[in-house]
Design a protein around this ligand. Sequence first.
Ligand SMILES: Cc1cc2nc3c(=O)[nH]c(=O)nc-3n(C[C@H](O)[C@H](O)[C@H](O)COP(=O)(O)OP(=O)(O)OC[C@H]3O[C@@H](n4cnc5c(N)ncnc54)[C@H](O)[C@@H]3O)c2cc1C
Length: 457
Amino acid sequence: MNDATRDWIGFAASLGGVAVETDPALVKQKSRDFYWYSPVLKRQLRSVTGDLVAMPRDEAEVIAVLRRCFAERVPVTARGGGTGNYGQAMPLHGGLVLDLSGLNAIHPVENGILRVGAGAKLGEIEAGCKPQGWELRMFPSTRRTATIGGFVGGGSGGVGSINFGQMREAGTLLAARVVTMEAEPRVLTLRGAEVNRVHHAYGTNGIITELEIAMAPAQHWVDYAVGFPDFMQIARFTEAVARADGIAKRLCTAVAAGAAAHFRSLGDAIAAGESVGLFLIAVQSKEPFEEMLRAHGGRVCRRLTEAEAEGQVPAFEFTWNHTTLLALKVDRSITYLQVRFPRTRPLDTVAAVIADYGDEVPMHLEFIRVDGEVACAALPLVRFTDEPRLRAIIADLEARGCTVFDPHTYVLEDGGMKQTDPAQLEFKHRADPRGLLNPGKMRGWDEHASAAQAANP
Ligand SMILES: Cc1cc2nc3c(=O)[nH]c(=O)nc-3n(C[C@H](O)[C@H](O)[C@H](O)COP(=O)(O)OP(=O)(O)OC[C@H]3O[C@@H](n4cnc5c(N)ncnc54)[C@H](O)[C@@H]3O)c2cc1C
């Protein structure tokens, strides 16, 4: 769908001094994300590439680029670190990739609130705020390379979600500055619940340039890998830690032996056939955590203080979608699912799934908080055979009462709650009337556009 008739070099020159990249190989590189986790998307998106990349340094340059793109009807796909999983940041219709990593100002935290440029890396935010006594409430396991704008645009939660729920819940995302895609782009400030109009919208309805986020008081975290001979034992232990309100934690993960076997950088620390738990436990909760571990029949495989963790692979880089990445590095036939187990007695369903699928679906649980309650989320691995089998597994999990957030589609709604968010769609009508932002990702918009075309052929 790339426009080969356009003079892209000439168009790049018209962007008024904004830094650009036109080398096709480099443009292709910046048009990729981690879509290849999915064998389905790998086949569908392999040849997708933009036509050029623009790298604005500030909001004024973002506005200048969007103004030109609107005038010339050039599609624009926002990009942060490019670590998204579902082809979110891939320009299906070609056009301009807007690399926002230059908007990376990190302001001092005031009253627990951080104002930060959308392109700032999460790792740099955390490192910059710790000396001030603050840390991120939550971050994806891609903390080193992902940006805050990309996390808000395409992510959902991660390390810290056991305390603060997911980003969409009230109180973490406080405000966003958003540039619209119009003849004369406007800068809108969305506050409070309004931020959800652009949160997890894949950059389809506005470009975020700056965010205000609530921070958490910094703690000293002890980094744990623990081992159990049996997965259900570790699942019960991890759930118990997640529910133990007196134990201060940031991460509660349980990984079955079939998936933990790929944790090579833990070396001999874990024994063959051992299921592994990964935890970040506040230093004051170390003793009760280990007491609970012994009572459940587990053992400490690796324990690192913050100072000892320097230069080591941190526990969180074995969790969330890093678990999948480590397995994929060894076995290309592996893929994964994103599941929320039923609210009531989730581990009964986990046990039933393990009993029925065995090594075809090595289990991986992440405990988080949803609506104030501990919930059992999961990113189980799947030994992929073909798409009908994958779809059958998804249907079976849904029949057991699980919610599956399908990671094998680039369509926003199909990967989420299966329906268009009316607030996001309504905002797109106002902020992107020509539908030029990341086109092809929001089904609700495409349906509206086809209906409008049918009415006025
Ligand atoms: C190994 C691995 C582990 C992961 N773990 C997690 C996890 O724990 N939790 C989680 O939620 N996700 C996770 N992810 C997905 C992803 O890493 C995160 O969501 C990350 O925060 C995305 O940030 P990014 O800067 O790389 O965004 P990108 O991939 O560049 O962009 C993501 C989406 O946001 C849009 N976007 C980017 N910047 C802007 C902007 N300024 N304005 C508007 N839209 C924008 C893009 O168009 C795209 O649709 C993981 C992925 C991998 C590969």
